[in-house]
Design a protein around this ligand. Structure first.
Ligand code: NDP
Length: 336
């Protein structure tokens, strides 16, 4: 056993509704030595993501629940400090799934190289990482967005939504509309990211605000929110409209079942296509996405926006903040 110790974040109580700081504990413990084929990574950044809220419930899903009293995990990027894997020398930066901790022991085979040396390390968790691929695959594969489409995206100032809107513009959408939860975020969408229209969903009914922003209706809806947003999008959809069901964050803290959209039968007459998806199914698109997004970042046509919370002790606060709109772009925690 080495003398090295490291802090990690444990889930100590299953949240009811919005998570509270007391649902988490930061625990210091000795760090194991890496075995054969493993590396010890000093995590530089870790990701907090909405899907982690689902893992805090003791229910079966596409990823298993977090165990109580143990370190949580999730996306992270860091530097190899000790290597027992010939392909990953000390000093290599890698992306892996053992976040929520300062030091991680991971099999070399479970790491990915960083996307590009030309972007900040944290971009591997955001615009060039899982959220970026989610945006790309959801928009282009699952919603089959094509030139001339009118595109609406909810959660538009967040990690996935901000990239969806930018890619839609780059791929020739005729109009891109976003919704977000503050006046500052609305201004960010129109003035910084170049959305054609945006609204604050807290200002009034989403169906009314969407009808005003998109008087001709919409062809594509990228759903990060569910609930009233999905219902409004079904209402606004034009014939043969396509809806990519990516997330439903308005429901993640619900303590009772939430009804589905009351107007789903409109999908029949309008011949709508609604498709749920999980980003891991689109691993085959990763290289194509990295090539295209890397070029857009390099020529300035795609932005890397993030909100950085400093210190692993503040990771629970970053996660709670994510669920309440504290982030613009990708929420990451800087560990060291
Ligand atoms: P974001 O960066 O968008 O952060 C979450 C945002 O959600 C907050 O900033 C907040 O912004 C918004 N929000 C919180 N509560 C509500 C609410 N009640 N109604 C509307 N908006 C709300 O997160 P991500 O980009 O990482 O994820 C976006 C969505 O994509 C999530 O639903 C997530 O689960 C999903 N996802 C799905 C994947 C898949 O494979 N299917 C992969 C990755 C993400 P605001 O201030 O605007 O309210």
């Amino acid at each position: 056993m080495s003398e090295r110790t490291g802090r990690s974040v444990h889930l100590v109580a299953r949240p009811v509704g919005m998570p509270k700081p007391t649902d988490f504990a930061v625990v210091e413990a000795p760090v194991a030595e890496p075995g054969s084929g493993e590396v010890l990574v000093a995590n530089r950044f870790m990701s907090v993501d909405p899907y982690m809220r689902g893992r805090m419930n003791d229910v079966k899903s596409y990823v298993p629940p977090f165990a109580l009293g143990e370190p949580m995990n999730g996306g992270a990027v860091g530097e190899v400090m000790v290597s027992n894997a010939p392909d990953l020398p000390v000093g290599t930066n890698v992306v892996h799934g053992e976040g929520w901790r300062e030091f991680a022991v991971v099999p070399a085979a479970a790491t990915q190289p960083v996307a590009s040396a030309d972007v900040p390390l944290s971009a591997n968790l955001g615009v060039l990482g899982m959220p970026g691929l989610t945006a790309y695959a959801g928009l282009l594969r699952h919603a089959s967005m094509k030139e001339g489409d009118i595109v609406f995206v909810s959660g538009a100032a967040g990690a996935v939504g901000s990239v969806v809107g930018q890619i839609a513009k780059l791929k020739g959408a005729s109009q891109v509309i976003g919704s977000a939860g503050s006046a500052e975020k609305v201004a960010f969408l129109t003035d910084v990211l170049g959305f054609d229209a945006a609204f604050n969903y807290k200002d009034g009914p989403v169906n009314q605000q969407l009808a005003t922003a998109a008087p001709k209706g919409i062809d594509v809806y990228f759903d990060n929110v569910g609930g009233d947003h999905l219902e409004a999008a079904i209402h606004a959809a034009r014939p043969h409209g396509r809806i990519a069901l990516c997330g439903a964050i308005s429901m993640y803290n619900a303590t009772a079942p939430v009804p589905g959209p009351s107007n789903l039968t409109l999908a029949i007459g309008k011949r709508l296509h609604l498709e749920g998806f999980i980003v891991s199914d689109s691993a085959d698109l990763r290289q194509q996405f990295l090539d295209e997004a890397g070029a857009w970042l390099a020529d300035g046509s795609l932005r890397n926006d993030e909100t950085v919370v400093e210190g692993i002790d503040n990771a629970p606060e970053a996660f709670i903040g994510l669920l309440s709109g504290a982030n613009t772009g990708k929420m990451v925690v800087k560990i060291s």
